[in-house]
Design a protein around this ligand. Structure first.
Ligand code: TYM
Length: 328
């Protein structure tokens, strides 16, 4: 029997998953479950590298589990777990800390951005964030990591960590490939920056339809199109970039013709998008509601996920410790 290739990916418990997470990563995870041995983790230890509310964290982790399972992660077909339930990640992180030059960490884009925002609280944990992420991946000897484009630098870094370890202690860790999802970089509703919960420019995957529509209605389109009778340019319209994620090809052609020929107004165009988006989100919202009524299923999935993950993680960790002269 041929061994299935392995996938690992992670998501922060930031309150709710948004359509950036979904089209950048989670949708891909759901497809990959068919052919790969998949590990998905809710990275609570990464969430504490910036200022956070400890009273809220357990609920956020819970919500992330519900959202991801509702989005299609099936615990019968993948291993889903909370990062801190598998303490081997932090132990490997320490070992990798000791083979990683300090200079590289300060150059990471996400470190620079977050430390700019967190001026009063730039912790060693924030600096070491990419090493913990490398440990998350390498501890499962993952062959590939499905993510959105914003994680590409962290994955390049992970490969460097693997190379450095392998160079010094012998070939041990595979260098994982980066798999970028369909929505590589979904822009926020402001049209100016990447969609993210912290920017408040997001559409939640399980957000109420009314609330989504209230956000969409005033959202920026092609700014050069001042009146309905002006022809628009879909390539300069943020809503059109959303259409490409959910609208079937035939309808996309109609949208392009309608917009460039000034036959469809921006509000009507948004309605088409909204309806197509709801076709994706309605079943997820419904599954979320069903899971809320069955919390034991979610708890059991996370318990069993951590158990399976720990067995694999322990073995990799022990192998690394042996190579480093830490185990007989
Ligand atoms: P996080 O929680 O920010 O995002 C989870 C996944 O969603 C993708 N994503 C997006 N994709 C497209 N457009 C967007 N606007 C958008 N926003 C988010 C991210 O690329 C990511 O794939 N550091 C990671 C979590 C992590 C991890 C790991 C990932 C920890 N350990 C190991 C992979 C492997 C993060 O903060 O993702």
């Amino acid at each position: 029997m041929s061994k299935r290739k392995r996938i690992l990916s992670g998501i922060q418990p930031s309150g709710t998953i948004h359509i950036g997470n979904y089209f950048g990563a989670v949708e891909n995870w759901v497809h990959l479950m068919k052919d790969y041995d998949c590990f998905f983790t809710i990275v609570d230890l990464h969430a504490i590298t910036v200022t956070y509310d400890q009273a809220l964290l357990p609920k956020r982790v819970w919500d992330a589990a519900l959202d991801n399972m509702a989005a299609g992660l099936d615990p019968d077909k993948c291993t889903i777990f909370v990062q801190s339930h598998v303490p081997e990640h932090t132990e490997l992180c320490w070992l990798l800390n000791c083979v990683t030059p300090l200079g590289e960490l300060g150059r990471m884009t996400q470190f620079k951005e977050k430390s700019e925002r967190e001026r009063e609280n730039v912790t060693a944990g924030l600096l070491n964030y990419p090493i913990l992420q490398a440990a998350d991946i390498l501890i499962y000897k993952a062959d590939a990591v499905p993510v959105g484009e914003d994680q590409a630098q962290h994955l390049e870094f992970t490969r460097e960590v693997a190379r450095r370890f392998n160079g010094r202690f012998g070939g041990y860790f595979p260098e994982p490939a980066t798999l970028i999802g369909r929505g590589a970089r979904v822009m926020g509703l402001d049209g100016d920056s990447k969609m993210s919960k912290s920017m408040g420019n997001h559409i939640g995957v399980v957000e109420a339809p009314d609330s989504i529509w209230e956000k969409l209605r005033p959202a920026k389109t092609d700014e050069a199109r001042k009146r309905r009778t002006d022809p628009g340019d879909p390539d300069r319209c943020n809503i059109f970039s959303y259409h490409k994620l959910v609208t079937p090809d035939g309808e996309i052609k109609e949208i392009v013709a309608g917009c460039t020929g000034a036959k469809i107004g921006c509000l009507d165009c948004k309605k088409v998008f909204f309806n197509n988006l709801m076709k994706v989100l309605d079943p997820i919202r419904e599954r979320r509601q069903a899971l809320e009524k069955d919390p034991e299923r979610v708890r059991e999935a996370l318990r069993e996920g951590a158990r399976k993950a720990r067995a694999v993680a322990r073995e990799t960790l022990d192998g690394a410790k042996k190579l480093m002269g830490l185990l007989g």
